[in-house]
Design a protein around this ligand. Sequence first.
Ligand code: PLP
Length: 373
Amino acid sequence: MPSTRTIGLSAPYLDEREEELVLDVLRSGRLSLGPSIDRFEELFAEAVGAPYAAAVSSGTAGLHLLCHSAGVSPGDEVITSPYSFVASANCAIYEGATPVFADIDPRTLNLDPAAVETAVTSRTRAVVAVDIYGYPCELEELQAICRRHGIALIDDSCEALGARYRGTPVGSHGTPAVFAFYPNKQITTGEGGVVTTHSEEEWRLLKSLRNQGRADGGGWLEHASLGFNYRIDDIRAAIGIGQLEKLPEILALRSSVAARYGELLEGIDGLGLPLEDDADHIRSWFVYVVALPQGTDREAVIAFLDERGVQTARYLPCIHLQSYMRDRYGFREGLCPVAEGLSARTLALPFHARLDESDQEHVTRSLGEALGR
Ligand SMILES: Cc1ncc(COP(=O)(O)O)c(C=O)c1O
């Protein structure tokens, strides 16, 4: 009999503080281009240890702006990970470039720097690295490759707010980074994103580009360049301020939920658990993704869990095998064997800061049964 209890995949962590901040904005009458955006950006820059932050309407918008400002153009190639959300590749396509997929490291699920090096050609303009599932990518190796070849590096940190690489937060290492705030992320603004940069010039350019190419100090109807409407508004920035105030609490809660999953799932033979942190890589928990044992019928597991009221998701399908990618670029199976093999076996379990112990026990017990363990 189907379960009457449903354990959802994700949930935002909001309380009266966000309500209060949103009400303040509504009552102020400054719904866009107001002071909440500046405050959100200041707090965000501080949280990730970056000198400059520009808030935008989504993570995708932020990635697009960085491709645009890196000069990505028709005829260029942009290397990224096949094991990511489509925006990591789409941002290059928006500028007329061709996405090139380098395979991932099976341990970290992030770009394998050696595969990136092999994928570089004379047409490569940029690399979009990804901190998938909040696990920091091999940034220093990628920075060295990009420096050597004179190409731009963009860090898609949309899933990694709060992660730490080699001792300091993702976002603090000089490479421009993008963070995203859809409601399943560590913090949410509903929709929204932030680009961090260490260059004041780039920061000014990003703020102009998100605002229809308006120049600093210019009039409302004066446009210095072809820009976009990628602005965030003050209502969403206010939610973001409330979220940042409790970021340490959110990160700690998510870490303890993940640790509990680790203990509960330890005994399931053949199940791959998320990679543990090490001295150089501290994950910020975004989702809890397991790799099912080789040969498992994943669809049957999903259906079994669904009957038990446990929501799951096929994280992540390979980007190059999406139908629009196959049709447009002719990508096929075999291009990135490591990513393809893992993508067919990985599964996201319900995960959020308020997931309680009994729900986690129900999830793990049901998964064990589904796997016949
Ligand atoms: C790795 C990655 N890149 C980019 C994005 C795009 O962010 P958004 O949904 O805010 O456009 C997301 C979020 O879904 C993501 O997980």
